[in-house]
Structure formats: structure tokens, C-alpha cells
Design a protein around this ligand. Structure first.
Ligand code: ADE
Ligand code: ZN
Length: 326
């Protein structure tokens, strides 16, 4: 549509991006070959055809299987390098990216392999594309508290390069309260805190993320809209929500993009942002997400500019850096 050039030219921060979710089928095949890893697909087309999900768990099963091709530092470098090239082309000037260390350490790939590969690509992206970035370590919530503590411990040598901790994976049945003590420890180490909540889980999980995890930012948060008191709380706190429209559609959080609540969120005073979540799996990077909701919900330039501005306000850049972008 005719907003495409405006969207591409709008400086944006991306605040909700799982780097493992940016693994395009072409790179998956290349890494499978390079590392002599068998994958259960004959072709790139067959991989894409398998990307039809009826809920979060459906997606996660395929996403964790795909990550198995990531074996050595160069693989993580290539993964992030490809993401930053895409992001830069979309007008992203700053990205705060998630990685799931346990997905790798549980396969015998040391924390250091993933972290060093990603950090090297982040450094090069700043030079090559002028895209700054921060790294957020996510705990897998389907695993237990002890495993999360072990991951936090493994991260200690990298703490000067890690901005914060997050919480992702299967939401329902794994409430934030399960990780209250880990998040308290992370906060005590000076780390920022974010958590996925209210994607499939109920509003109570969002309350827990606020009150028990003390999050600095909320990932998704869609189901907060079911609870007016919660919406008021999020608005009063100036809490940033990292909303992911194409993901919401592909994971059936919304039945179609035409019923996406992004504009309702803004009207309710919520500081919503637009993000891509797992772009290789959900059919689009950040500009695709802006374009898709702009079309589906009839957003104009003012709304799009608000969403982009919110992405810097809600970022973990310092105030001087934010001021340079806003
Ligand atoms: N891991 C990767 N993408 C995710 C999502 N949308 N929700 C929960 N965990 C995830
Ligand atoms: Zn996510």
C-alpha cells in the first residue's frame, strides 16, 4: 500500500525478536548441510509448508526442532547477521533481541557458543548497518526454576554484555510466579526484566508479571484487554507492550488481522509497539508487521509514528540515546 515508503523510512526499534525465530528455511538447510545434521524436510518449500500453527505449542515444537541446526559459534553469527541485514532494510535502527540459551545448552551446545556468536554479529551490525542492539537472555518457562537459576549462573561471565532477562516458551500452566525468585536475583544483578504474558495466558499472568516479576516491559500482553483494571494499571505505569501482529494471527491469538486490537490498545492509553517475534516462521519482519496492521486496521501516519516512537521510549537505551531517536 502507499504507506510502505513511510513505514520503511520511519526509524524504529525492535523490542520483541527471538533470534532463533529469524532462522529462514534457506539458512536452516545450509546449516544442516554444513553441520551434517539431518532435518525432517526435503526442501525449503516443504519447510515453509509445515509452518501452519493452531496455537503456541504447535509452533514451539517446530521452532525448537529448527534450532537443532545451530551448532557452532559461526552458525549463531550467521543467524544474527542475516537478521540485522533484514532489520536494517526495514528501517530498524535499534534491536533488543532475545535468545534461548537452554534450547542450546540442553543439546550440549555451551552458553558461550551461542552468546559469543550473537555478540560478534551485534558488534558487526553496529559497524556495517549502524544498527545498535542489546541482548536479552530468556528462560524457558516449561523448564523448572533450578534450570533457570543454572542459566543465570552460566551467564555470569557475560553480564556486562547482557541487558536483561526474559521469560518465554509454553505459557499456560507455567505462570510467572514460578520464576519470581530467579527474576528477583536477576534484578539484584542489575539486569532488566521482561516476560511474555497474556499471549495465551489469562490476565492474572500479566498481574503476576507486574507484581511478582517486576517487569520493565511486557511481551505481548494481548489478554490484558479482558481486564479493565489491568489496562488502567498498565497505562498508569507507562508499561510498554511489545505486540506482534503477524505472530498473533499465525498463532491464533486473534482470528484475523482485521480484528487485531492494536488501535484499541493505543486508544486505551497503552504504550504499544510493533514487533516481529519469530519472523522466519510468521511470514514477515518488522516493516511487514507495520504494513499488515496499517492495512487491516486502517492506521494512518500519526498512529504509525506513535508506535515507532513508543519503540524507543520503551527500549533500554539511556535517555540521551532515546532523545537522539525520538
Ligand atoms: N518463543 C519464541 N516465540 C515465542 C512466543 N511468541 N511465545 C512464547 N515463546 C516463544
Ligand atoms: Zn515472543
Amino acid at each position: 500500500n502507499d504507506l510502505a515508503p513511510f513505514i520503511a523510512g520511519l526509524p524504529k526499534a525492535e523490542l520483541h525478536l527471538h533470534i532463533e525465530g529469524s532462522l529462514e528455511p534457506e539458512l536452516m538447510f545450509a546449516l544442516a548441510r554444513r553441520n551434517r545434521v539431518a532435518i525432517p524436510f526435503d526442501s525449503v518449500e516443504a519447510v515453509r509448508a509445515a509452518y501452519s500453527f493452531s496455537n503456541l505449542q504447535d509452533f514451539l515444537n517446530i521452532y525448537y526442532a529448527g534450532a537443532d541446526v545451530l551448532r557452532v559459534e559461526q552458525d549463531f553469527y550467521d543467524l544474527a547477521d542475516a537478521y540485522f541485514a533484514r532489520a536494517a532494510a526495514d528501517g530498524v535502527v535499534h534491536a533488543e533481541i532475545f535468545f534461548d540459551p537452554q534450547t542450546h545448552t540442553d543439546r550440549g551446545i555451551p552458553f558461550q557458543v551461542a552468546a559469543d556468536g550473537l555478540l560478534a554479529a551485534m558488534d558487526d551490525a553496529a559497524q556495517r548497518h549502524g544498527v545498535t542492539s542489546k541482548l536479552i537472555l530468556c528462560f524457558l518457562r516449561h523448564l523448572d526454576e533450578a534450570a533457570a537459576f543454572a542459566t543465570l549462573k552460566a551467564a555470569e561471565p557475560w553480564l556486562d554484555r547482557i541487558a536483561g532477562v526474559g521469560l518465554d516458551s509454553s505459557e499456560v500452566g507455567h505462570p510467572p510466579e514460578k520464576f519470581a525468585r530467579v527474576f528477583a536475583a536477576a534484578g539484584g544483578m542489575g539486569l532488566k526484566r521482561v516476560a511474555h504474558a497474556g499471549e495465551e495466558g489469562p490476565p492474572d499472568y500479566v498481574w503476576q508479571a507486574l507484581d511478582l516479576l517486576n517487569v520493565d516491559r511486557l511481551d505481548h500482553g494481548n489478554r490484558s484487554l479482558e481486564d479493565p483494571a489491568l489496562v488502567r494499571r498498565l497505562a498508569d505505569d507507562g508499561m510498554t507492550l511489545t505486540v506482534c501482529p503477524l505472530s498473533n494471527h499465525k498463532l491464533c491469538v486473534v482470528p484475523d488481522l482485521a480484528s487485531h486490537p492494536i488501535d484499541r490498545m493505543l486508544e486505551s492509553g497503552l504504550r504499544a509497539t510493533i514487533n516481529s517475534d519469530d519472523p522466519a516462521y510468521f511470514g514477515g519482519y518488522v516493516a511487514d508487521n507495520y504494513r499488515a496492521v496499517a492495512t487491516a486496521r486502517g492506521l494512518g501516519k500519526a498512529d504509525l509514528a506513535t508506535l515507532a516512537r513508543n519503540s524507543f521510549t520503551g527500549s533500554f537505551l539511556d535517555d540521551a540515546e532515546k532523545a537522539r531517536h525520538i
